[in-house]
Every structure is written in structure tokens, then in C-alpha cells.
Design a protein around this ligand. Sequence first.
Ligand SMILES: Nc1ncnc2c1ncn2[C@@H]1O[C@H](COP(=O)(O)OP(=O)(O)OP(=O)(O)O)[C@@H](O)[C@H]1O
Length: 255
Amino acid sequence: MTMVATERAVTAGGASAAELRAEHLTVRFQGLAAISDVSLQVERHQVFGLIGPNGAGKTTLVNCLTGFQRPTEGRVLAGRTDTAGWSPTEFRRNGIARTFQAGRLFTDMTVVENAEVTGVSLGLSRRAARVQAMELLDWIGIADKADEHASILAYTDQRRLGIARALMLSPAFILLDEPAAGMSDAECEDLMVLVASIPTTFICGVLLIEHNMRVVMGISDRIHVLDGGRTLAEGTPGEIQRHEAVMAAYLGLEA
Ligand SMILES: Nc1ncnc2c1ncn2[C@@H]1O[C@H](COP(=O)(O)OP(=O)(O)OP(=O)(O)O)[C@@H](O)[C@H]1O
């Protein structure tokens, strides 16, 4: 896999930023702040956990970091480059990939075509895209379903395919919005072993939104906690677990 990852890094070209940074981001919807003055930095060798109760602003923040939402205030930097005005496609071309809570798959295509089409749209030949797509399906454990229609995939496999697709063309960062939602404990454990390996296998930083505290504490290098759109805390898993305000925000959620 290391050799394959290196080859991809060469083809990816633009995916070279060492960090993805949010600086003082605020997003208001009709005057209501979904996030307020949030700053964080994801590094390329890290799994960076983003947690917070429902409605805390996690998806809004990820939308800003991938071009799906323009911040009302603040800015997003890819390395030293200000991303102001970039479309989602420009984020993708510059090595910032994401998955969605709902799969957003092409249901009239096969599983492998779903991954392949991302590679082709970003400039790979069909053949090269097929090779990468198959490698990624194999890595994430659904290669045996490559020729099935995406529409008949189990929900949990749709989520796996979403990750494989986002990893096409070796992004520098991948933002995963609740990748294990709906999975059993065993499936979740298996997926998280893979997610934890992404920084070293693909030289790709991971921002992980995940509600399962055990998982997020287990694989994150750093964790940022949002509550009501504001930063409540940031630190190592150990620091977050000892943080009184964080534990108070979660009281009852993990019972
Ligand atoms: N397009 C929008 N228009 C208006 N309000 C929005 C919009 N998107 C999000 N919000 C509001 O912004 C706040 C933050 O929502 P967001 O989805 O970012 O939270 P979240 O932490 O991802 O929640 P969850 O864990 O439930 O997915 C919520 O109050 C939500 O209702």
C-alpha cells in the first residue's frame, strides 16, 4: 500500500498543504450563529476529532472547510493559501476531500464506477481510475461488491464507498462526517482501525466527526469540542476526558 500511496501522491499534484486551518470562522443563518469565532488546525499526520452535541455546528464547520458554505466571517487556509472564493470542486482539486452524512452516491452506477468517476472527473484516465478505485475498494473491504449497483448496497457499505471515493487521487485531507453512523459495534471497530491508518497509509490528515466517544477518544490525536457553535475545548483525548465543561455538555448523551 505504501508504494501505491506514493504513486498517488505524485498524481495528486496540488495535494501538498501541510495543514488545513479555520481562522475565526463565524457562520450566521438569518442572523442566527451556527458557528461563532471558531479556529482550529488539522495537520496532515493527524486524526483530528470534532465532537459536540446535536446542533453544535460540526457539519457547518466541515461545510466551510470544503467550500460548501461561505463563512460570514473568518477564513479557511490550505497551507498558506487563502481559499476565499473556492468552489467545492476547487477544494477537491486542491486535495481537500469529504464524505457526507447521506451517501450522495450515483445509484445508477456500479460500486467501482462510483469511485472511478471521481478519479476521471479530476483528470485520471479511465484505466488509471479503475486501478485506484479497485485498490481502495479492496482496502476498505468491499472489493467483492465492485460490480454491484450502488443502489443495492447496504447502508454501511454505502458509507464505506463514500470514504473510498473521497480517497481517490490521494487527498491531503479527508473530512469524515459520522462515517460509522448505523454500524454495529464490530463494524465500527473495523472501520475505525482503517480510519486511524489513513494518515500513514495515504499521507492524509483526517478530520473526524463522530458521536461515539469511545471511538473518537480511541483514535484521535487531538479533539476539538463545539457546543452551541462555540469552541468549548481542544486538547488530547486525555485532556478532553478530564475537561469538566465537556463532560457536563455530554452528560446524559453517553449514558
Ligand atoms: N442551511 C441552514 N439554514 C439555517 N440553519 C442552519 C442551516 N444549517 C445548519 N443550521 C443550523 O445551524 C446549527 C448547527 O447545525 P449543524 O448541522 O452544523 O450542527 P451539527 O453539530 O453538525 O449537528 P448534528 O450532530 O445534529 O449533525 C443548528 O442550529 C442548525 O439548525
